[in-house]
Design a protein around this ligand. Structure first.
Ligand code: PLP
Length: 434
C-alpha cells in the first residue's frame, strides 16, 4: 500500500485531503517545500496559514532543540519560564487593556476556552456568531460554525444565532455602499437581539473569515457591532486564529481595522493559534483579568504552553517583530491583490468573480462565466485551479461555503520575486481554467 492508501485505511474518512494524487511534504525552507518525489513547491498556503514566518526558521529550530535538551514537559502544576516569557510578550502586544493570557494547543481549544469564560460570566448558553463562520472542530465550536460543510451536528451546548456581515459578495446587502451595509447589518443584529430571551454570552467573529473564503464585511463593521453589544452587556470575542500577528499588513490584529473609528472599543476576548507557533501546537486566549480570572472552578491544559512549544513560539514571535514582517506584508501583499484584481478586470479570466482580502490573506472566488453578480459558484473550476497550481509547483488553499474560493496565504516573509512568480502562475492557471 502507498501512503495515501494507508492513510485512507487508518485515518477517518472525513479528513479532507488536497489533490487527486495527494502529496507528502517531507521538508521545507523559507517559502519552499519539497514532496517525497523531490518536487519543490512555492508555498502559498503555509499548512493553512500556520507556517507564519518561514519553513525551518533557524531561530525556532534552535529554541526547540535547546528546550528539548532541557525539559519537554512539566504541566501547569509547576512554574514554566518559557510560558511566562511568551505570555508576557503576547500581553504586551495584545492591544487590549489589562491583558492576561491562557495558552492552549489549538484554535479550537482557544475558542472553546473563550466561550467557557464568556458563558461563565453571565451563565448564558446563547451565543451570536456570523453566517459563513468557522471556529473549530470540537462539539462546542461546530455549534457556533455557520457553514454546514464543517458543522456535522445540530446538537450543541449553545443556542446560536447567526447574524449578517461576515461576507459581502453573496450578501443580500451586497449592493449597498460601506456605511449602508454596516447600518443594515447593525439593524439585523438589533433585530436578532430583540427576538432572543435571556442573557447572551458573546458574539464571536473572525475579522476576515478564513475557511469561509477570506471574506469580510467593510472595515468598521465589528466596531459598530461592539457598540451595540456594550449597550446589552454582551462580550465580543475576536477569533484571530487566521488574522493575527500582522497577516493583514495594515494592522497587527484583524480587529483593529474595525475599531479605527470607534475610539476605546476593543474586543473583550481575543483568541489565536496557527501562526504563533510556526507549526508548533500553540493557541491561546487573551482577556482582561476581570474576565480571565472569573472561572468558578479549576481548569488546566496539560499540554497548553508546554516549555517546548512556548520556547519555539517565543522565538518565532521575536523573529516576526524584529524583522517587521507586518511591514513586509504591507509591501508584498498588494503585488498579489492588485495583480489578481487586474486579472479579474481585464476579462481574460472570466471565472474570477471576486478578488478580496488584505495583506497576505487573499481570496479568489470562482464562478460560472457570465452568470451575473454574484456569479454561480464554480467548485469544479476551483478544484481545477488547485490542481493546475500544484502541477506548476505552487501550493494554494481552497474554501468558501460552496468550495469555490481559492485561498492565498503565503508565509509573511514572502519576497517580491516570489510574489511575482506566484502571481504569474496563478494568472496562467486562472486563464486556463476559465
Ligand atoms: N478559528 C479559525 C478562524 C480557524 O480558521 C480555525 C482553523 O482553521 C480554528 C479556529 C480552529 O483551529 P484549530 O484547527 O487549530 O483547532
Amino acid at each position: 500500500m502507498n501512503l495515501y492508501e494507508r492513510t485512507q485505511a487508518v485515518l477517518p474518512s472525513w479528513l479532507a485531503i488536497y489533490y487527486d494524487e495527494p502529496i507528502e511534504l517531507t521538508h521545507g525552507t523559507g517559502r519552499h517545500v519539497w514532496d517525497a518525489d523531490g518536487n519543490r513547491y512555492l508555498d502559498f498556503f503555509g499548512g493553512i496559514l500556520t507556517t507564519m514566518t518561514e519553513h525551518a526558521l533557524p531561530a525556532v529550530t534552535e529554541a526547540v532543540a535547546a528546550q528539548a535538551a532541557k525539559i519537554i514537559h512539566s504541566s501547569t502544576l509547576y512554574l514554566n519560564r518559557p510560558m511566562v516569557d511568551l505570555c508576557e510578550e503576547i500581553a504586551a502586544i495584545a492591544a487590549i487593556p489589562d491583558a492576561k493570557v491562557f495558552l492552549t494547543t489549538s484554535g479550537t481549544e482557544a475558542n472553546d476556552a473563550a466561550l467557557l469564560l464568556a458563558s461563565a460570566r453571565n451563565g448564558a448558553n446563547q451565543v451570536l456568531a456570523m453566517r459563513n463562520s468557522y471556529h473549530g472542530r470540537s462539539f462546542s465550536t461546530v455549534g457556533i460554525t455557520g457553514n454546514s460543510a464543517w458543522s456535522p451536528t445540530s446538537l450543541s451546548p449553545f443556542q446560536t444565532f447567526y447574524v449578517h456581515g461576515g461576507q459581502r459578495y453573496r450578501s443580500p446587502f451586497a449592493h449597498l455602499p460601506d456605511d449602508e451595509f454596516v447600518a443594515a447589518c447593525v439593524a439585523d443584529l438589533r433585530d436578532v437581539l430583540d427576538q432572543t430571551g435571556g442573557p447572551i454570552a458573546a458574539l464571536i467573529a473572525e475579522p476576515i473569515q478564513g475557511v469561509g473564503g477570506f471574506t469580510s464585511g467593510p472595515d468598521g463593521l465589528l466596531g459598530a457591532f461592539a457598540e451595540v453589544l456594550r449597550e446589552r452587556d454582551i462580550l465580543w470575542i475576536s477569533d484571530e486564529v487566521q488574522t493575527g500577528w500582522g497577516r493583514t499588513g495594515e494592522h497587527f490584529w484583524g480587529w483593529q481595522a474595525h475599531c479605527a473609528d470607534h475610539p476605546g472599543v476593543t474586543p473583550d476576548i481575543v483568541t489565536f493559534a496557527k501562526g504563533v507557533g510556526n507549526g508548533l501546537s500553540m493557541g491561546g486566549v487573551i482577556a482582561p483579568a476581570s474576565i480571565m480570572d472569573n472561572l468558578p472552578a479549576n481548569s488546566i491544559s496539560t499540554f497548553g504552553g508546554s516549555p517546548i512549544t512556548s520556547a519555539g513560539a517565543l522565538a518565532n514571535l521575536r523573529h516576526l517583530r524584529e524583522h517587521d514582517l507586518q511591514g513586509n506584508v504591507a509591501k508584498v501583499g498588494p503585488i498579489l491583490l492588485d495583480g489578481l484584481r487586474a486579472l479579474r478586470d481585464d476579462g481574460t479570466a472570466p471565472a474570477v468573480g471576486d478578488v478580496r482580502g488584505k495583506g497576505l490573506m487573499i481570496g479568489v472566488e470562482l464562478v460560472e462565466p457570465a452568470s451575473g453578480t454574484p456569479g454561480r459558484p464554480a467548485p469544479k473550476t476551483a478544484n481545477a485551479a488547485l490542481e493546475g497550481c500544484r502541477e506548476r509547483r505552487l501550493l494554494i488553499g481552497k474554501g468558501g461555503l460552496h468550495g469555490n474560493v481559492l485561498r492565498i496565504a503565503p508565509p509573511l516573509s514572502l519576497t517580491t520575486d516570489e510574489a511575482h512568480e506566484g502571481l504569474a502562475v496563478l494568472s496562467d492557471v486562472l486563464r486556463e481554467v476559465s
